[in-house]
Structures are given as structure tokens and as C-alpha cells.
Design a binder for this molecule. Structure first.
Ligand code: SAH
Ligand code: SF4
Length: 344
């Protein structure tokens, strides 16, 4: 018999679980706090509750939705990629990036992805399934524990690993609620970023939810002609519709939106493209992140050379668009943006 994952429950669901039926009201909260503040993922270690209950919890919950299959580190340990096994044998990858003052993890939300962006390794493998809440929370808990044991802490979460988070909206938002719980892990929404390829109705839904979570949108092109070729979803939600949703988001939430722009040599990186991009974004509360494309096996395009990246950046800046140049961490271990896969 397969047990339900502990990390699938939020606190109000946990309280109602049968293992707590004959217990005082505060019991589930005690367990919740031990799990999410002390990071005890073995119920036998939760030693402020009766032994009998600890045993029952061991028989009632599975605390390991993700288990390590493989670890790879690069750049002097600054980037670490973990391949996790899921209970059905599927694999996902998660990346930890250590900076001087931050420890950021990039987590996955699906096994594969059905959006088919041509330059993305995850897109190239196609869609297998959505992750469950517990599999999303489990990735975070794994790294939270590793960092805690090192005397450090997780500071940021970017939902930019494998998969399109807005196709798995409910599980993603529930995971964030669990991580955010004031009696538990207390991870602030402002330290979380969700990146979407641009599923317009879900951006609208997210806007109305008025969350404190940061939103990033993968734009990658200033025209439908270019975007159609690299992001097939653009045929369903073209740039003009996408930008209306983005504008509404910025206006309604008063939060700055980030646009991701992977610079691909000769595809979307002309200075005319930069000017058109500036024109599109003029007046919006936003920031553009320019990332030279990382190589992937099934796409021949190359990342823009650094001199030209600077020229593209200057064109945007001069036109009054706030932007930065980002270099992906972990490229040599296949942990850079768009390089995550579930290989055997
Ligand atoms: N599905 C979501 C989040 C995961 S992808 C999305 O598409 O936004 C995270 C980011 O990596 C996206 O901005 C995506 O466009 C970008 N990306 C994908 N492949 C890349 C590559 N080969 N080089 C650089 N960025 C890439
Ligand atoms: Fe999916 Fe994002 Fe990759 Fe596109 S870039 S295929 S949406 S993971």
C-alpha cells in the first residue's frame, strides 16, 4: 500500500488526519512545527509527542517524496545539481546556487514539459506529468536541511526548473502556501519567483490572487514572427495578449514584473530587436533579464557573444528599460537555465 506524502498536507488538512483523532487539539501543530521548523523528517525523531503517535505517523505518512539519485557539483561547489527519483520511477532535477549572501534553489514543477520551447532541454523531452505538491515541497525541504546542517539557510526559491508552473497551478500555489505557513517553514513569498512561458489566463488568475510572489515571464522575442518560431505557445497566446496581461498584473498588484530574454545569435538579438522590445515595454513596471542562451542537445542556436550582449543591453537601457545581464550558473554541469532533463 502506498502511503500519502506528509508534504502534501497543509496544516488545516493535517489537523483532520485520523492519526490525530484521539489526540489533544494542539498535537498536529506540534508535529507541524517539528517538521517545518526543526526539519525533522523522521516521525520517530519528533520526541515531544508520545511514542505511540510517532509510531502511528510512521505507518500513516511517507516523508520521502523525492530521494537523491545523483549529485553533481560545479564551479567550486557554487552550483550543485541533484537528480531526484520520484516514487513512480520518474526523475527530476533541482539546482542549488550558492552566492555570497544568498542560497537560491531552482525547483521543478513537472516531469518534462509540454510547451515545446525549441531551445529548452526540458521542452525537448516532452511532457510526462505534473508534480504533486509533496514533490515540490520535498525538493525545498531537501535543500533546506542540507543548508541548515552547514549552518547556512535557504534565502530564495526560483520556480524555473523543469516544467511550466502555470500548467500545474494548484499544486504550485499549495506548495507555496505550505512553505509560507507562519507556524511552519515561514518562507516569505517575496523570496519566491515563479517563471511562466506566458499562459495568459493563468497570469490573469495569478493577478487576481494578489500574492506577494514575484512573477517572471519568458518573453524572448519582440515580435510574433520570431516568438512563434521559438516558443510554440505564442500561437495560442501571442505577444499583444501576453503584454496586456502583464500590464494588468503590474498595474493591479503594483509589483514589478521580470521579463526573461535568452539572447540567441542571429535569432532575436539584433539591435532592431532591442529597439522593438523597448517600444513594447515602455511605461510598464518591469525589468528585463538578458541571458545568453545556454547550449542544449537538440537546438543548434548559439548564445549571443558577450560584446553584442552589451550592445543589446545598452540599446535597452538608453531607451529607458531597466535591465540586467545574467550569466547562468552551473552551465558546465548541465544545470543552467533550460538545461534540466530527466536522463537515466
Ligand atoms: N517553464 C517556465 C519556467 C522554467 S524555464 C518558463 O519557461 O518560464 C526557466 C527559464 O529558462 C525560462 O525563462 C526559459 O525560457 C529559460 N530557458 C530555457 N531554455 C534555455 C536555454 N537553453 N538557455 C537559457 N535560458 C533558457
Ligand atoms: Fe517548458 Fe519553460 Fe522549457 Fe518552455 S522554457 S519548454 S515552458 S520549461
Amino acid at each position: 500500500m502506498t502511503l500519502p506524502f506528509f508534504f502534501d498536507f497543509n496544516l488545516s488538512e493535517l489537523v483532520k488526519h485520523p492519526v490525530f483523532a484521539d489526540q489533544p487539539d494542539y498535537r498536529a501543530m506540534q508535529v507541524w512545527q517539528q517538521v517545518y521548523t526543526k526539519l525533522k523528517f523522521d516521525p520517530m525523531q519528533i520526541n515531544n509527542v508520545p511514542l505511540e503517535l510517532r509510531r502511528k505517523m510512521k505507518d500513516a505518512f511517507d516523508f520521502e517524496p523525492v530521494t537523491v539519485a545523483q549529485k553533481v557539483s560545479g564551479e567550486g561547489n557554487q552550483a550543485e545539481k541533484i537528480a531526484f527519483n520520484l516514487s513512480d520511477g520518474a526523475k527530476i532535477e533541482t539546482v542549488l546556487m550558492r552566492y555570497t549572501e544568498r542560497n537560491t534553489i531552482c525547483i521543478s514543477t513537472q516531469v518534462g514539459c509540454g510547451m515545446g520551447c525549441v531551445f529548452c532541454a526540458t521542452g525537448q523531452m516532452g511532457f510526462t506529468r505534473n508534480l504533486e505538491t509533496a514533490e515540490i515541497v520535498g525538493q525545498v525541504m531537501y535543500f533546506a536541511k542540507i543548508l541548515r546542517e552547514e549552518g547556512s539557510a535557504l534565502t530564495n526559491i526560483v520556480i524555473m526548473g523543469m516544467g511550466e508552473p502555470f500548467v500545474n497551478y494548484d499544486a504550485v500555489l499549495k506548495s507555496i502556501d505550505i512553505l509560507n505557513d507562519p507556524d511552519g517553514f515561514q518562507f516569505g513569498e517575496r523570496r519566491i519567483t515563479i517563471s511562466t512561458v506566458g499562459i495568459v489566463p493563468m497570469i490573469e488568475k495569478f493577478t487576481l490572487a494578489k500574492r506577494q510572489i514575484n512573477l517572471a515571464v519568458s518573453l524572448h522575442a519582440p515580435t510574433n514572427a520570431i516568438r512563434d518560431k521559438i516558443l510554440p505557445i505564442n500561437k495560442t497566446y501571442p505577444i499583444e495578449k501576453l503584454l496586456i496581461a502583464c500590464n494588468d498584473y503590474a498595474k493591479y498588484t503594483k509589483r514589478r514584473i521580470s521579463f526573461e530574454y535568452a539572447l540567441i545569435d542571429g535569432v532575436n538579438d539584433s539591435l532592431e530587436d532591442a529597439t522593438q522590445l523597448a517600444h513594447l515595454l515602455k511605461g510598464m513596471l518591469c525589468h528585463v533579464n538578458l541571458i545568453p542562451l545556454n547550449p542544449t542537445r537538440n537546438y543548434g542556436g548559439k548564445g549571443t557573444k558577450s560584446d553584442h550582449v552589451k550592445a543589446f543591453y545598452s540599446t535597452l537601457t538608453r531607451a529607458g528599460i531597466p535591465c540586467s545581464i545574467r550569466i547562468s550558473r552551473g552551465v558546465e554541469i548541465g544545470a543552467g537555465c533550460g538545461q534540466l532533463v530527466n536522463k537515466e
